[in-house]
Design a protein around this ligand. Structure first.
Ligand SMILES: Cc1cc2nc3c(=O)[nH]c(=O)nc-3n(C[C@H](O)[C@H](O)[C@H](O)COP(=O)(O)OP(=O)(O)OC[C@H]3O[C@@H](n4cnc5c(N)ncnc54)[C@H](O)[C@@H]3O)c2cc1C
Length: 593
């Protein structure tokens, strides 16, 4: 049996002590964010995740979803009740705007709840996750009428939402989309085509499902410039705005998958289905991009969340499993052997995971605060920086946290030995579930290309140079602190590596684009390690000021030191690799593989 307890203390530390989100009360949505409210939300969310969602994690994995003969889909036992409880609690509406029936609370608070629900039951949490994606897209690009019609029920979770991008011939390259949209005299469109791998495409938990579908209007330009976005509801709304006639679409099949069995991954067939255009014709990708940053951050958090779940269970196991004696003599002489947590190699796997998770959590929440500031700050300079950082950090959060999250799941399975590989204990599910986060919402390879190809050069490099400057200033301001010195030095060194990698890309990536492509994964990793070092330096500063008052701060410092000693050196190896460029990588003919 696995268990999950939300890491409330660490979440409180980041939200209240590091980001101090209770100090932003002059911003809309933050007015009510007091330390008490933060605690109350975390505690309630934690209880729901522990008591309701996590017990259904294995149930969902074992049962999966079932497609019935009429095309309807039944979710695993218990999912519908858990969904109703979630709608009742208002968790889904936390970050939705008050004018649409949401609670209007900041995204940075919502991200902690998302982490908990993703950790407790990733497959389940994707249903409200996709709904939130559809909500964001309509909010970003819809007309006032569309917003008023669809957002209130999406905000509460009464209706579900989906994102329909992928088709059999295209996942990454959406310019190849074939689904067609034919304009009708009444201003609607008839949508025809097949979408595949649509998460939450059909299920039994919501009264209606609002599909957002990318399609090509007849006569539209070829490629990505000819793609439009449509609202295609499962049930067309009647004159009262309630679900009425069934639209001409159905789930044609469910995908058998490696993980997230509790989430219905659907083939969706549209046959002259009625759709409504969002925004302008041929500008669908623009709307998608607006909501993509937040969706990608959410996927990064999924990687982190699965790592946390795996880590908690591995730590528990390592304290209990008795094997061999400690290298330095028995630690539990009254028992037949010592618990495996005494062994350095087991420690290595646990500490690697813990140091990544805590740094990664700080990085994800810190970035999410910019998502709020980008929209809410009255200060134009703050909004500009927040927008720059959201663009720059998002591919790193998505890719670094899911890559390293998957590795943490693997290490934590390894801590269990053979028990980890068997189904009974249940931790192998975490590894299977975590894998998809590296693939969907833009594969991690595509995130790295986005970082080096678009984000670095945006606004003549304003974002990356702004980040360098911020780190320099932080190091300068803290240079006199002897106790903090290891963190300041590590941060300065890592930033220098990132700067060297950036310069190399500027000098070699433009003359040969394959150099940029070949370096992108390693560059993103240097970036990820630097960002986490910055987070660890900030956390260490707080912990140093409070050490001795609470063991929490002392263990924080140890974990931070471990990050610097044992994880950060990887940045150097990534820098060396990225500087080798594309020549050798690209020299074999395709037939030689
Ligand atoms: C369980 C599951 C749920 C999903 N949910 C949804 C959903 O709700 N809605 C939706 O629309 N889609 C969904 N998807 C689809 C998902 O977003 C795509 O699988 C993903 O974008 C990758 O596309 P692809 O599988 O076609 O891979 P491909 O695009 O064929 O890529 C294959 C490999 O080539 C690499 N590659 C491709 N192009 C390049 C390039 N230019 N440079 C470098 N490398 C490249 C990729 O990184 C990848 O490693 C889901 C998929 C799965 C498996």
């Amino acid at each position: 049996m696995t268990s999950y307890n939300a890491p409330l203390r660490d979440m409180q530390f980041i939200l209240k002590e590091m980001l101090e989100i209770q100090t932003y009360q002059d911003l809309p949505g933050f007015e009510e964010v007091t330390e008490d409210l933060i605690d109350a939300i975390l505690e309630e969310g934690g209880k729901y995740a522990r008591d309701v969602l996590h017990p259904l994690n294995k149930v969902g994995d074992a049962h999966g979803c079932v497609r019935n003969d009429d095309g309807s889909v039944t979710t695993p036992p218990g999912f519908k009740d858990a969904y109703d409880a979630m709608v009742e609690s208002g968790f889904t509406a936390m970050a939705a705007k008050t004018e649409y029936g949401g609670q209007g609370l900041p995204h940075v608070l919502n991200v902690a709840y998302s982490e908990m629900s993703s950790a407790a039951n990733m497959a389940f949490s994707m249903y409200p996750g996709l709904t939130h994606g559809a909500y964001s897209a309509i909010e970003a690009g819809g007309s006032d009428a569309q917003k008023n019609t669809y957002l209130p029920n999406l905000a509460t979770g009464k209706w579900g939402g989906t994102m329909n991008l992928t088709e059999p011939q295209c996942g990454t390259d959406l310019g190849l989309i074939r689904t067609k949209a034919v304009p009708q005299a009444d201003g609607t469109y008839k949508i025809t085509g097949q979408k595949i791998w649509i998460s939450a495409g059909e299920h039994d938990m919501a009264d209606n499902i609002i599909h957002l579908v990318l399609a090509r209007i007849e006569g539209a330009p070829e490629g990505i410039k000819g793609i439009s976005l449509f609202i295609v509801p499962k049930y067309i709304l009647d004159e009262n705005g309630e679900p009425g006639a069934r639209n001409s679409l159905e789930c044609g099949g469910l995908e058998e998958k490696m993980g997230i069995h509790g989430n219905a991954t659907c083939v969706m067939n549209y046959e002259d289905a009625t759709g409504w255009l969002i925004g302008d014709e041929n500008k669908g990708m623009r709307v998608m991009f607006v909501m993509m940053n937040a969706a990608r951050l959410a996927v990064g958090v999924q990687g982190l969340a699965q790592a946390e779940l795996a880590y908690q269970n591995a730590a528990e196991f390592a304290r209990e499993r008795l094997q061999s004696r400690s290298l330095t003599g028995p630690k539990a002489p009254d028992k037949p052997a010592d618990p495996i947590i005494v062994h350095p190699d087991v420690r290595r796997m646990l500490m690697d995971s813990k140091a990544f998770i805590e740094g990664g959590r700080a990085f994800a929440y810190w970035t999410m605060l910019f998502n709020d500031l980008e929209h809410l700050s009255p200060d134009e300079k703050v909004r500009e920086k927040a927008s720059d950082y959201m663009g720059l950090m998002t591919p790193v959060v998505k890719s670094f946290l899911t890559d390293k999250g998957f590795k943490a799941c693997s290490d934590c399975l390894q801590v269990h030995g053979g028990t980890g590989f068997t189904k009974d204990q249940g931790v192998e599910q975490f590894l299977r579930d975590a894998k998809i986060a590296m693939i969907y919402e833009g594969t991690n390879g595509i995130q790295a290309l986005d970082l080096v190809g678009r984000k670095l050069s945006a606004n003549a490099g304003r974002s990356i140079f702004g980040f360098f400057k911020e780190i320099d200033e932080w190091c300068e301001a803290n240079s006199g602190d002897e106790e903090l010195k290891p963190f300041v030095d590590a941060l300065g060194g890592s930033k220098a590596k990132l700067q060297e990698g950036t310069t190399w890309l500027m000098q070699n990536g433009m003359s040969d684009f394959n150099n940029a492509g070949a370096a992108s994964h390693d560059y993103l990793n240097v970036f990820g390690y630097t960002a986490l070092t910055y987070m660890w330096a900030k956390m260490a500063k707080i912990a140093l000021a409070k050490k001795g008052s609470d063991p929490f701060y002392d263990q924080k410092l140890v974990t931070g030191r471990y990050f610097i000693e044992r994880l950060l050196p990887e940045a150097g190896s990534h820098l060396e690799k990225l500087k080798t460029g594309a020549k050798t990588m690209m020299s074999l003919d395709a037939e030689m593989f």
